[in-house]
Design a protein around this ligand. Structure first.
Ligand SMILES: [Zn+2]
Ligand SMILES: [Zn+2]
Length: 304
């Protein structure tokens, strides 16, 4: 089943939980439960966003987007991180207001039961989505799942607070717990935003992945040959890399090209979903041009 189908599942979960949580709020009048329902509304928007991003990312490369469409996922997860921040802020605002304007609560038992049912739906869907997201390396789907998990924690926090209110009769526990949940949600949103930022900024691959690429290149080189200017970046579930390979100048274009192709294939085998481009240069008289990687390397050399 493609990731897009799984995203439909989270849209359905969002619709179901919104209905349940609004019912729980109307029964009890708890501001915690209202903020919980509000978060589910954000969930719905987020699920639709993930659905769109996955559908768009699945399009093959075309004339306008020759590197494919996978970067849309960072855009979607960035918007989703922002939505999560807004939800967290809204909950903190509502809780702060209720802290100073206490209101009696009603029918807590029923409200709690309904909320826990909604949380169970979210938990199940989130766990399924997380597994699919890791398998398909989709940050949009993972963002969607993370979002559902923050929703589960919201409900757990709110229900725990209301349970304490039920036992102790201290109504201020309801907004206090909502406040804690709000802070937790802010953190989740911030982290997601940070990862989206890194993806959009073409952050280099993890050092362990770069080491795999370096090893694959070196295995294809004969003594005397070398390489430099290795650049890497990630785009959603795909990786891109390019490198300069230096071969003896008397090699024919035919031989050099064959070696370049061998390297490209070796890298793709060592690190799947990696698109490698090799630029061939003669060993003799190679002038190092002031490319960004060369500049960065020379700067870090002078620093250390
Ligand atoms: Zn070069
Ligand atoms: Zn070629």
């Amino acid at each position: 089943m493609p990731p897009t189908r799984w995203a439909v599942l989270s849209v359905a979960a969002a619709l179901a939980t919104i209905a349940l949580k609004l019912a729980a709020f109307r029964l009890t009048g708890s501001v915690g439960l209202l903020s919980d329902a509000g978060e589910s509304l954000v969930n719905l928007a987020a699920a639709l966003m993930a659905l769109f991003a996955l559908w768009y990312a699945a399009h093959p490369a075309d004339r306008d987007h020759t590197y494919g469409h996978s970067k849309i996922e960072y855009f979607a997860s960035g918007i989703e991180g922002t939505l999560i921040l807004v939800a967290g802020g809204g909950i903190i605002f509502a809780a702060g207001f209720r802290l100073f304007h206490p209101t009696p609560l009603a029918a807590l038992g029923t409200g709690l039961a309904i909320s826990l049912g909604a949380a169970a739906i979210n938990l199940a869907v989130a766990q399924v989505l997380l597994r699919v997201a890791h398998r398909s390396r989709s940050i949009a789907l993972e963002a969607d799942a993370q979002h559902l998990m923050t929703d589960v924690w919201t409900t757990v926090g709110v229900v725990a607070g209301l349970g304490l209110v039920l036992v102790t009769g201290l109504t201020w526990l309801d907004p206090l717990l909502a406040l804690v949940v709000g802070l937790h949600i802010l953190r989740a949103g911030g982290l997601l935003l940070w990862r989206s930022f890194q993806g959009l900024m073409d952050t280099a691959l993890a050092p362990s992945d770069v080491a795999v690429i370096v090893q694959a290149i070196e295995d294809c080189l004969e003594p005397g040959m070398t390489f430099h200017e290795l650049r890497t970046r990630r785009s959603g579930a795909r990786q891109f890399a390019d490198v300069h390979v230096l071969v003896p100048g008397e090699h024919s274009v035919h031989d050099a090209h064959r070696r370049a192709t061998t390297i490209e294939q070796a890298v793709r085998t060592a690190l799947p979903a990696t698109e490698m481009v090799v630029h061939v240069e003669p060993l003799e008289g190679h002038r190092t041009t002031a490319t960004p990687v060369a500049l960065a390397a020379s700067q870090s050399e002078t620093q250390t």
